[in-house]
Design a protein around this ligand. Structure first.
Ligand code: PEP
Ligand code: MN
Length: 269
């Protein structure tokens, strides 16, 4: 055990993460939805996800992309933003589903909190300390996506930033890491490697709930169902899955989007 983890264990301030007698009940275990809010049809999509067993709805109104200069599609460029948040509000009103959506910057917290029941922190912001410190001062649950580079102590360090601020409603989301599988030449949309072993590793050290993202972890829809099973088998507390009624035509991340049938098998199979 390295010195940092040891010091966390000795420091009594990180109660949830270190004192295993304390548990935090994370309610959002079956999170599903498209990558992005694309338009008003999101309301019906959310109704369908709910019918399939989702207990929270995900979709990005703000969508930071790896390749931000790619052309705009139907007025959509890195998300519908304010318009997307309005649609998510309608989703919430009409379905009652809690909303999981990304907040990218500390100065957006107020705006996004009008809609979000859970703040999603994207992989690119995993070590944005201004943002993490501001989240620590909030009461809203936080789904912290692991940076693709994040080591286990960097994960705990990022959690610590939020926990010490006083917000203990956090879960870690595992979404794939660098270390390209050497079969990408066969499956070209794979960008990251699922790190299933991080599930039991975190479970051994902390009580922070662990949510697995089989969509970004794999980048390829045929792998989403088996990796979901693997993560749950390894002890993950829940899943966050990208699902779209017409996966190939999803505006963002089409290759990893699954359809309703597969979502049904994962949630109810
Ligand atoms: C997402 O969940 O849509 C997303 C952008 O994920 P990540 O931040 O893990 O890339
Ligand atoms: Mn996505």
């Amino acid at each position: 055990m390295n010195d940092y983890i040891k010091s966390l264990k000795e420091a009594n301030k990180l109660n949830i993460s270190i004192d295993k007698s304390k548990t935090f009940d994370w309610k959002y275990t079956k999170i599903a939805g498209p990558c992005s809010v694309e338009g008003p049809e999101i309301i019906d999509i959310a109704k369908n996800m709910k019918a399939l067993g989702a207990n929270a709805f995900r979709a990005g109104a703000y969508k930071p992309c790896t390749y931000p200069v790619l052309e705009e599609i139907n007025g959509w460029k890195e998300g519908l933003r304010e318009e997307g948040l309005k649609l998510l509000k309608q989703v919430k009103e009409e379905t009652g589903l809690p909303i999981v959506t990304e907040v990218m910057d500390a100065n957006m917290i107020d705006e996004v909190s009008q809609v979000a029941d859970v703040f999603q922190i994207g992989t690119r912001n995993f070590q944005n300390y201004t943002l993490l410190d501001a989240l620590g001062r909030c009461n809203t649950p936080v789904l912290l996506k692991r940076g693709t580079w994040g080591t286990i102590d960097e994960i705990l360090g990022a959690c610590e930033r939020i926990l010490v601020g006083g917000n203990d409603k956090i879960a870690i989301c595992l979404r794939g890491v660098v270390g390209m599988p050497n079969y990408r030449h066969v499956f070209p949309t794979i960008r990251w490697a699922p790190d299933i072993m991080m599930v039991p590793a975190l479970k051994e050290l902390t009580n922070i709930p662990v949510i697995f993202d089989p969509s970004h972890s794999t980048g390829y829809r045929n792998f989403v169902e088996p990796m979901s099973k693997a993560a749950l088998g390894a002890g993950a507390d829940g899943l966050i899955i990208e699902c779209h009624p017409d996966p190939d035509n999803s505006i963002s991340d089409p290759a990893q989007a699954i359809d309703y049938n597969v979502l049904n098998r994962i949630f109810n199979g």
